[in-house]
Ligand binder design. Sequence first.
Ligand SMILES: *Cc1c(COP(=O)(O)O)cnc(C)c1O
Length: 440
Amino acid sequence: MVALVDVRRLIPRTDAVLADPRLTSAQQRLGKPLVLAAVRQAQDQARAGDIEPSAVADTAAAAIPAGAASLTPVINATGVLLHTNLGRAPLSPAARAAVQAAAGCTDLEFDLASGTRGRRGRGMLAALSAAVPDAEAVHVVNNNAAALVLAATALATGREIVVSRGELIEIGDGFRLPALLESTGARIREVGTTNRTTAGDYADAVGPQTGFLLKVHPSNYRIEGFTASASVADLAALGVPVVGDIGSGLLEPHPLLPDEPDAATWLRAGAALVTASGDKLLGGPQAGLLLGRSDLIGQLARHPLARALRVDKLTVAALEATLAGPLSPVAEALAADPAELRDRSERMADRLTAAGVDARSVVAEGAVGGGGAPGVGLPSAAVSLPAALAPVLRAGDAVRRGATPAVVGRIDDGRLLLDLHAVAPADDGVLCAAVLAAAG
Ligand SMILES: *Cc1c(COP(=O)(O)O)cnc(C)c1O
């Protein structure tokens, strides 16, 4: 009892700890509440006897977060190019710079030459139009789900959306496309069967109640065997608008992903509207692209709901830079040469082995992930490490202080694999340093 009282009296006062130079500079950077929380936590630890009272300032300084937001930068060494849990597409340096530049006040809806109101995001819309010349008009909303909701609301409320039974998909995290579409007041008219749906099935369902025909790319599953589906061209011939959800956001065909649909091909085949995500294979920020007939795009863009789904200036900036700027990191990763990946993993394994780490280069198989190309394996290479390093790499001390990013790999056969397919070559040095720090 006496000892407890003594310890309490020895715990430094809050204002005294806050005066520590490390903590005053942290307050300027992060604001007072986050620093105060770190101090209180350290005082609690001293009270509980977990640390010496004299260590309160040091403990608080070590516990101060790297930034004011809790999101931690992660190196994606999972081999999955588009990992939904890791924020899908990483932005290019050009897109990051555009976000930074737009973060303050910017001419988002203002014409600097005339000093009057300007069209919101006109540069981004022009870049999108230029990237998809087959689209008469374009519009951008928060994500692909929002694009579908806007199309259903504006074109099919109180009417029917005709869609194949084999394409009523669950996007992920329990969200299902049919439920999303029905939430707008549109009715789903299912046609065909799970494995086979023909153009005739759609034709039989078309009538005065039809809002549009919906074609959805099965982006996260495959139906194989005795199958049939109607093409966009087949559906366009039925004389009602066809809305095509390509999911992935490929604007034109990609040679390595021949089965992945793209906006240009579906528009040329007669789709009235194509919807897609911005943060999948397009490699940009979260956004929903709407591309197609100018009368329909105009109807959607003027609908009251469009205001609730509009994108913010940071998205506008990142999307324009992704469309107009250099190749996205996702596109670069997709095109990575397997021999080059192998060289990188061997170099990294050699460096780690020389430092005494149990590391070796192994052949691996990556995947596109939530963004598309289900079942397509991407030849890759990985550094194999003891599995015990996995939690240390995910959240080491160095990570919290911002010294190295967190690293997320995958466990395979009792080893931690750091797959290099989704890692930018420029990050190899940081990745290696993170492993050395974790092992050391
Ligand atoms: C990913 C995906 C969606 C959902 O897109 P978000 O941008 O995540 O809203 C919808 N449809 C398909 C086919 C998809 O692949």
